[in-house]
Ligand binder design. Structure first.
Ligand code: TXA
Ligand code: MG
Length: 333
């Protein structure tokens, strides 16, 4: 075993936290069978204790150790998409810690598609199929980290080891599909879309009820209205709205940060630009790094030109809407 992985496994077995890369975003991992270790995740993130965590596994073969019912649809989806950016919510085995499930009768499982994560998980799992509980490695409500440097910015001293696997190839969090209710319900959109899921299970998943995607019931913390948020107030605008907002900001003498696909008519010392991609996958890949960079400029506002509507942009638009809702606050409740 490589010394880096050996060191990480030793820390995890001692009940410590290790941050690691996945294909989506960096995770903040702890031994999912140790309530004391899992408690350190909530403390480091400042996350409310009733928000459940995803258990990361080295292979689909370990699903039954964590889930008491593995429906045929789960087996099919795991075979099609794992390792990959899909989390399945299944009925939990009784021994799964309440700290992981937020006291719910279900558990979220996924096998991430990143060589370093898979190496770590395989070394940690051993013969008995252990798993790592890991939320995104950011402070609660803030922008998810897609590089090791972002994790350091977010959590610094709170995590003894950060494994550096370079920038995350996908860039936004996994799709979350609930299969615990005898039907498929899409709780969080991601790069694996409803059509991809329908191809495997023969029908499209239902959309989550509004109460599950609003701020009332934090079944999925990524479903809180205010999430993935920069400290600078962020507004989503049309391309015309962008020009209008820029003109009025410049009249007011405000410094503005902009994320938009095409060079705009106004170039000005007070305006900082980041170019966004016209391709949804590339937009997602750079989204959090772009928001983090624009947030760091200390401008009065971040203006993001709203991407097109439609299925291909669903996950990106979901993250942008929540980033706007939670922006401009010093702390979450
Ligand atoms: O891509 C990802 O999923 C990343 C990487 C690190 O794997 N993880 C991630 O974790 O985004 P986190 O904790 O930031 O978001 C996971 C979401 C949470 O909003 C949580 O509420 C939801 O998954 N979740 C976990 N277990 C659940 C359960 N049993 N029922 C419903 N939602 C659950
Ligand atoms: Mg998160």
């Amino acid at each position: 075993m490589r010394p880096e992985i050996e060191g990480a496994v030793a820390l995890l077995r001692a009940g410590e936290l290790v941050a690691f890369p996945t294909e989506t975003v960096y995770g903040l991992g702890a031994d999912a069978m140790s309530p004391a270790a899992v408690a350190k995740i909530f403390a480091a993130k400042g996350r409310p204790a009733d928000h459940p965590l995803i258990v990361h596994l080295s292979a689909a073969a370990h699903m039954a150790r964590w889930a008491r019912e593995v429906p045929a649809e789960a087996e099919k989806l795991a075979a099609a998409f794992w390792p990959g950016p899909l989390t399945l919510i299944l009925k939990r085995q009784p021994q799964v810690a309440d700290a992981v499930t937020g006291g719910q009768d279900t558990v979220g499982l996924r096998v991430p598609n990143h060589p370093l994560a898979l190496e770590l998980l395989a070394a940690f799992a051993g013969a008995n199929g252990g798993g790592l509980a890991a939320p995104s490695a950011n402070r609660f409500g803030r922008i998810s980290p897609t590089t090791a440097a972002h994790v350091r910015e977010e959590l610094n001293d709170a995590v003894p080891l950060i494994l550096d696997g370079g920038p995350c190839p996908v860039g936004i969090e996994s799709t979350i599909l609930d299969l615990s209710r005898g039907k498929a319900v899409l709780l969080r959109p991601g790069v694996i879309g409803a059509a991809d899921i329908a191809r495997i299970i023969g029908h499209a998943p239902e959309a989550a009820a509004p109460r599950e995607t609003g701020s009332e019931t934090p079944r999925v913390s990524g479903s809180l209205d205010a999430h993935y948020a920069p400290r600078t107030p962020l507004a989503l605008v049309s391309s015309d709205g962008l020009l209008f907002a820029l003109r009025s900001a410049l009249v007011a003498g405000e410094r503005i940060a902009v994320l938009a696909p095409t060079p705009q008519a106004i170039t000005h010392d007070l305006v900082a630009w980041k170019q966004s991609s016209a391709d949804p996958a590339a937009f997602a890949h750079d989204l959090y790094a772009n928001l983090r960079a624009l947030d760091a400029l200390g401008c009065a506002r971040i203006l993001v030109q709203q991407p097109p509507a439609g299925e291909a942009w669903l996950a990106v638009n979901d993250r942008l809407r929540r980033a706007a809702a939670g922006s401009g606050e010093d702390d979450e409740t």
